[in-house]
Design a protein around this ligand. Structure first.
Ligand code: GLY
Length: 319
């Protein structure tokens, strides 16, 4: 089949000042992932590449630019899943590695475990050859400002970074189906601004932030972690598709139902195993993008950030 990849750059109350940076970063990330697929790379490698691009970009709440906990520290989480054997890898409470998704991928391939946290995750990463950076080097000016504003008048959980700080950023994720029909999903986050030290959200929890099944499709989610994990949002979308619903309707129905029941917002991106796309968010904004081959060697990027917005651009591959 024709490979396909979709990414999101986080749902939230994203202020106007952050829209352009997010759109540019989201399109750049989807291209990174798509180039892996065009070189016959695996869906797992493609979603990792797309997420690494956003972890390295300050416009997103993952890797460098992650939001801060109450002690002013970055504490990151990530998960990755292969739909083929339902293999998973996840990490949490990561403070001094720039790309948690790459460590999560190593947990998937090189560990008998599924989720490693804190000191144990650090030991594992060092043993696998990852290098630390100073925790301060991952703290951005915007994240610091957001925590200051949160401490003054924030309410935990209203958005990923606090509604009043004009610096909203978001969790990132990617879903791919490669030319063999293998499905993979990756999600990475700094969590929510002003979170308690040691708080673990939805992103590293399989079925909440991430789910993949070659027989059905894959989903990555973003938004209010405590709600997403109670609802098992990613798996809920997959279950609706398993019961015959198309990717777009399943994504919309699950996000809307979670929002109504738990009174917090979220977003999700979905690919069915045949490449059909689902994008939906109940927050004000969520950046997303996917690449599709329209006719042989004629590619288009579809993208957006506002409700009901679908923009498109031609894209020339280097392949
Ligand atoms: N969805 C990101 C978090 O709540 O941790």
């Amino acid at each position: 089949m024709k490979p396909i990849i979709i990414v999101h750059g986080g749902a939230g109350d994203i202020p106007d000042s952050r829209v352009q940076g997010k759109l540019i970063g989201t399109k750049a990330a989807v291209i990174q992932g798509y180039e892996v697929l065009l070189k016959s790379g695996s869906a797992l490698d493609a979603v990792e590449a797309a997420v690494v691009a956003m972890e390295n970009d300050e416009n997103f709440n993952a890797g460098y630019g992650s939001v801060l906990n109450l002690d002013g520290e970055v504490e990151m989480e990530a998960s990755i899943m292969s739909g083929t054997n339902l293999d998973v890898g996840a990490v949490t409470l990561i403070k001094d590695f720039p790309n948690p998704i790459s460590i999560a991928h190593k947990v998937l391939t090189d560990s008998p475990h599924s989720l490693l946290g804190g000191d144990g995750a650090k030991r594992f990463a060092l043993a696998k050859g990852f290098s630390t950076v100073s925790p301060e080097s991952l703290v951005s000016h915007n994240a610091r400002k957001a925590l200051q504003n949160f401490l003054k008048h924030g309410e935990f959980g209203r958005t990923e970074i606090g509604a009043q700080d004009k610096a909203d950023v978001g969790t990132v994720g990617a879903v791919a189906v490669d030319s063999n029909g293998f499905v993979a999903v990756a999600t990475s986050t700094g969590g929510m601004s002003g979170k308690a030290v040691g708080r673990i959200g939805d992103t590293p929890q399989i079925g909440s932030g991430t789910y993949a099944d070659d027989n059905i499709g894959g989903v990555s989610t973003t938004g209010h972690g405590e709600s997403i994990l109670k609802y098992c949002l990613a798996h809920s979308v997959v279950k609706l598709m398993e019961n015959g619903m198309d990717a777009s309707t399943a994504t919309k129905n699950a996000v809307m139902d979670m929002t109504q029941r738990l009174n917090n917002t979220a977003g999700a991106i979905t690919l069915a195993k045949n490449g059909d796309v689902g994008v939906y968010f109940s927050s004000k904004r969520m950046s997303w993008a996917y690449v599709k081959e329209i006719t042989p060697k004629n590619f288009k990027i579809f993208f957006g950030i506002e409700q009901d917005q679908i923009l498109q651009e031609d894209y020339s591959s280097t392949e």
